[in-house]
Design a binder for this molecule. Sequence first.
Ligand SMILES: [Zn+2]
Length: 330
Amino acid sequence: MQIKRIKILLCFLMVFFGWHTIEAQELNIVTTLPSLASITKSIGGEHVEVYSITRGVQDAHYIEAKPSYMVKLNRADLLIYSGLELEIGWLPLLIQGARNHDVTPGASGHLNASLAISTSNILEKPRGEVDRSMGDVHPAGNPHYLLNPYYGIKVAEQITDKLIELDPSHMDVYDSNFEQFRTELQKKITEFETEAAILKGIELVCYHVHWSYLLNWLDIKAAGYVELRPGIPPTPRHKKEITALMKRKNLKIVIISSWKDPTKAEEVADVAEAKLLILPGEVNAMPGADSYIEWLDYMVRNLVDVAIEVEPETTQRQRDRQREQKRGTK
Ligand SMILES: [Zn+2]
């Protein structure tokens, strides 16, 4: 009798703890960017634990390969990174130091998100040799593709496939989370495009080559850059040239990402009587940009607001044109 009771108790304990460990088993995921972390959380939901190495306030080009990041990677089932050499300065060191075969190149827990974007859609691929004199150019092309929400959908789809591969038992959850994410983002894209239609054809100046995918998507043109070359601050002469260009073309907006020192951009905007717009360079870079969709929302809303303020004629003209087009289609 005694033995039987112990057996029952043992069975109960095994079932309870066995069940418990399976339930608590989440995929441990490390991403390099908060935007990738946000998308991954949307798909993985409660079945993933996500840690982003960079915080939104940091410029992911320049991160120190800290041992604490290696510890995170050592315990990870999956590493998701931007690719296109964005993390070239630090990620290889972290992978090496992590001593975790699962996240090394070629292993199943190593996901280069840029592979979701077809090469022909990568912007600013340098022609010919790249050397230091050209500044901090992106040698494999511009890696900030998540600024275009259509690529956000592609990346989300790729992450969904990877989660299903690593954790097939939750396939239905991942699939339905993806559908929900895609539907929500697609709805927002339609709203963004309607709202931002008044920006079509506007020209502005950027501090740095960072925004190309956003500008391309919204049909806005960067007429010039405050930096002399990518990553290299302007000389007094370049500042004069860029302000002269702005005056000549009547450019009223300068944009800069939140992690850059705004001093030089401010000076240029002042002289040219233009408005400096600070935008979050990543998810979590500024309050109100707390998820991938909120980040996009923040950028579109602020661009529209500033354009209505400083480009009232152009935006009004676009509005009239849209109204006429609507009438035409009725
Ligand atoms: Zn960059």
